[in-house]
Design a protein around this ligand. Structure first.
Ligand code: SF4
Ligand code: SF3
Length: 510
């Protein structure tokens, strides 16, 4: 075994990557990421919390998320910086956790992987100037928990606390995003690409996009979002730029095909970056915690000149390119965050009371490469006409180009935003439960979720912390959930693996 990693949904044989990552991560890189994680745990144990240390922990954890950083040099540099700060060495090796009893390993994995997701959200809020002491303190507490010799009974509450803190962190990021860029409003986004130079921006970071839009003003360059950046079109302070034109391509796992020879510059602000092919390697740029060997990295000064120059040099398409989503549609509607949905709450409530809306589905989460993921397309296509579909995160690219019509003027598919906008879905669900004077579990609302990387883990933990039952999860269950831990999730939260769209719809609506 030259490495061990089982943190994402595509892990080898559904058990663990041991030779090289299915994601393309090499064994050396995986081992360096383990070393980084070990040092972060040591730092959290021996150093006093400080703003500087917290930022290092946040960025260090984010660096180890799936499809974020493939660059050994940058990982080593970060690890060395942390080592230099450690006052009294008290080495810890994360591999000791992988070797634990399987239930302990499972619970500690839920905490560590959930914490990585929280770190990503905390990072995005931090760069906009938003921080929260409780969230920040939890990074130390949770990393200490991982290094302690604790029982199952002691670890279970820490798992739920990870979900609780993630809710706080998603709330913080929502505040950061909406106070900086306004409340999202429903917005239609084209999938067509105009002629002329353009830049594709992918990842999750609103600030990077805002900065790039400002730097490309009046330069004759158009900007297109990709993947999880699609919801940016709905924020007033981003959509005010006329050169923010549309959305390029579909979900992250199609990037190697869609970026092949594209005559544009591509900027990765976060995951998900896949091994970069030679046919477009010269035009990919990274920033923030994303790094990939040999690519130009834009540092924290955020001078995007190299990206702009590359876009001008490549020149874009000579003619407008008609492109579509995976089902052939060329308009994607986004911007149904909590503010937009709650502003039409009366209408939704009225339609539910009159029986025009019989059920609401939350079909959200990550996309990925496994063939079984067309479940989500088929599920949405088969939902009856008197149901609404709330969605979020990159899994929506399976169905967000479908036109499923409207109910009383409300579109049947409501895109609430990025994965962290699960916060919006929670807010809407809680508001509906208040109106109907029942619990969220008693609402005609079902969650059908897809997971891939660690942000999905922290969101799942938040839903469990809130006591949400009957979540359907796919395409497969996490390798790091042991049979006993799964039993707890099934007994206590009635969590279920997805089956077929037909069977699941029958079970939900029956
Ligand atoms: Fe394997 Fe996923 Fe880890 Fe990559 S991130 S090495 S695919 S488990
Ligand atoms: Fe997607 Fe990578 Fe998870 Fe933000 S971009 S959700 S997979």
């Amino acid at each position: 075994m030259s490495m061990f990693c089982f943190q994402c949904e595509q892990t080898a044989r559904g058990q663990g990557c041991t030779q090289m990552g299915v994601c393309g991560k090499k064994a050396d890189t995986a081992n360096l990421q383990d070393e980084l994680t070990s040092k972060l745990i040591e730092l959290a144990n021996v150093n006093e919390p400080s703003e500087y240390n917290t930022k290092l922990i946040i960025d260090g954890l984010f660096t180890t998320i799936t499809n974020v950083n493939f660059d050994d040099e940058s990982i080593k540099k970060l690890t060395d910086e942390i080592s230099g700060l450690i006052k009294q060495p008290s080495p810890f090796d994360i591999n000791s956790v992988w070797g634990c009893d399987e239930d302990i390993r499972s619970l500690k994995s839920l905490i560590l992987f959930g914490l990585k997701g929280i770190a990503a959200y905390a990072h995005h809020a931090w760069v906009l100037g938003y921080k929260d002491a409780e969230v920040n303190n939890f990074f130390y507490e949770a990393l200490q928990t991982i290094s302690k010799d604790l029982s199952i009974a002691e670890l279970l509450p820490a798992v739920l606390k990870t979900g609780e803190i993630n809710l706080k962190c998603m709330e913080l990021l929502d505040k950061a995003n909406t106070e900086s860029y306004g409340n999202p409003t429903p917005t239609q986004v084209t999938t067509n690409i105009e002629k002329g130079p353009f830049i594709i921006v992918t990842g999750h970071d609103l600030k990077d996009l805002g900065t790039l839009l400002e730097q490309t003003k009046d330069k004759g360059i158009n900007i297109y979002t990709h993947g999880e950046m699609l919801p940016c079109h709905a924020y007033p302070e981003l959509k005010k730029y006329p050169h923010l034109k549309g959305n390029f391509g579909t979900a992250w796992q199609n990037q190697q095909k869609e970026f092949d020879n594209v005559p544009a510059a591509i900027l990765f602000t976060t995951n998900c970056i896949m091994p970069v092919k030679d046919s477009y390697k010269d035009r990919v740029f990274t920033t923030s915690v994303v790094e990939y060997p040999e690519l130009v990295h834009i540092d924290e000064n955020k001078d995007f000149t190299p990206v702009i120059e590359k876009a001008l040099e490549l020149g874009g398409y000579n003619e407008e390119q008609k492109m579509t989503g995976i089902n052939g549609g060329d308009v994607l509607t986004t911007g149904f965050g909590h503010n937009a949905v709650l502003s039409v709450a009366d209408k939704v409530v009225g339609a539910v009371k009159e029986g025009k809306i019989k059920h609401i589905f939350l079909v959200g989460g990550c996309d990925g490469a496994k063939p079984g993921r067309n479940y989500y397309t088929d599920f949405v296509k088969q939902t009856p006409n008197d149901t609404l579909i709330l969605t979020l995160a990159c899994g929506k690219f399976r169905f967000n180009d479908l036109d499923l019509g409207t109910i009383d003027g409300i579109p049947r598919i409501l895109d609430m935003g990025q994965c962290n906008d699960a916060y919006s879905a929670i807010k809407v669900a809680v508001a509906l439960a208040e109106v109907f004077k029942c619990s969220v579990n008693d609402l005609p609302l079902s969650m059908v979720l897809s997971w891939y990387e660690q942000k999905a883990v922290c969101i799942l933990l938040t839903l469990l912390y809130l006591g949400i039952e009957n979540i359907r999860l796919g395409p497969t269950l996490p390798a790091f959930v042991s049979p006993n831990v799964l039993n707890v999730l099934v007994d206590k939260y009635k969590i279920k693996p997805i089956t077929t769209p037909e069977e699941d719809l029958k079970a939900i609506l029956g």
